[in-house]
Design a protein around this ligand. Structure first.
Ligand SMILES: [Zn+2]
Length: 103
């Protein structure tokens, strides 16, 4: 079996999943049912993969979204905002390189 027999190029897993993006101004997931708060679990996975080479950029971008989400969705608890938008990004960034590569 050679690579030329493959009908389509290899694609990373999860690429066919619909993008879990925020529905503003409610900041709920556009894909998950029942108004799941964004970023939902699949969104966090997709974001982590999209920012795999730039985990600090991920944290920075999500931190930049916080005040907008707080304003539009009426989230008044700073701890809730931090937990929802920023805290999980550090968990991914702090993972040892061996853990990330093993998958
Ligand atoms: Zn979702």
């Amino acid at each position: 079996m050679t690579a030329s027999e493959s009908p389509e190029p290899l694609r990373p897993p999860g690429l066919d999943e619909p993008a879990h993006e925020p529905c503003r101004p409610a900041w709920t997931c556009a894909v998950c049912p029942d108004g799941t708060p964004w970023p939902c679990s699949p969104a966090r996975v997709q974001l982590t993969e999209a920012y795999a080479v730039d985990p600090i950029g991920l944290a920075a971008d999500l931190a930049a979204m916080m005040p907008r989400a707080a304003d539009e969705a009426g989230i008044v608890d700073p701890a809730e905002l931090h937990e929802r938008f920023v805290s999980w990004t550090f968990a991914g960034a702090a993972a040892p390189a061996s853990e990330v590569k093993r998958r």
